[in-house]
Design a protein around this ligand. Structure first.
Ligand SMILES: Nc1nc2c(ncn2[C@@H]2O[C@H](COP(=O)(O)OP(=O)(O)OP(=O)(O)O)[C@@H](O)[C@H]2O)c(=O)[nH]1
Ligand SMILES: [Mg+2]
Length: 207
């Protein structure tokens, strides 16, 4: 059983990554493309999603209580938690809880927004496990020179975690969490990063 926490600043796409993963399992993309063998969703709980009165261009739903997805691959069960990224106290409670129970953390960034602003989120998370992986999400919004921008962002993120938190990023993934035919590889990366998290954990246990 592996607990994976998907963390990141508000609206970076944590819930969308989780929903895409559920879709991949349900429509068997995971089983067919990634050759995982039998896989199924045991429980998908998105009841912590709330529609808030929107202020201008703000999006309309926010995660208040952590989303939770329990899935099974073969005879192993795993749980994914995605708390909200807002700084209201109730949401922060979810972040604290998830950061404590997760063995592995996926740190999600919105590459279309200022990256430095998004580091603020982590300064309020006291406990971060030793293994983290990074999803550079919304890559579809980068436009021209995507690869060059990605390389710059990657460096900034690696520097932040190593200098401020003494944490090594084990892997970087360029993701698009909204289903998009033009960005199939980046859609697939959302599922691949979750599978890699689970593999990392199994490898740790063998070591
Ligand atoms: N273009 C684009 N939009 C995305 C992508 N991922 C998420 N979004 C959009 O970004 C908005 C926020 O997505 P959420 O998944 O709710 O973000 P979140 O990180 O869970 O937000 P909180 O839990 O409230 O912190 C939604 O409107 C999504 O449709 C992406 O890869 N590309
Ligand atoms: Mg969310």
């Amino acid at each position: 059983m592996v607990n994976v926490g998907i963390l990141g600043d508000v609206s970076v796409g944590k819930t969308t990554i989780l929903r895409l993963f559920v879709k991949y399992v349900e429509d068997k993309t995971l089983q067919n493309k990634f050759k995982t063998g039998e896989a199924s969703i045991v429980k998908a709980d998105f009841s912590g999603e709330a529609t808030l009165p929107s202020k201008g261009d703000e999006k309309e739903t926010k995660t208040i209580h952590p989303n939770r997805v329990v899935f099974r691959i073969g005879d192993k069960m795993h749980t994914l938690f995605a708390p909200g990224g807002d700084d209201r106290p109730l949401v922060r409670m979810g972040i604290t809880t998830v950061s404590r129970i997760a063995r592995l953390i996926v740190a999600v960034f919105d590459v279309s927004r200022d990256i430095d602003d998004q580091f603020e989120f982590y300064s309020a998370v006291r406990f971060i496990p030793r293994t983290i992986i990074v999803a550079m999400n919304k890559a579809d919004l980068l436009g021209k020179e995507m690869n060059k921008k990605i390389e710059e962002i990657k460096k900034r993120i690696a520097d932040y975690f190593s200098s401020k938190r003494q944490i090594k990023v084990e892997g970087f993934y360029v993701t698009v969490a909204e289903s998009n035919e033009e960005f199939q590889d980046q859609n697939d990366a959302c599922a691949r990063l979750i599978l890699d998290c689970i593999d990392t954990e199994s490898a740790d246990k063998r070591a």
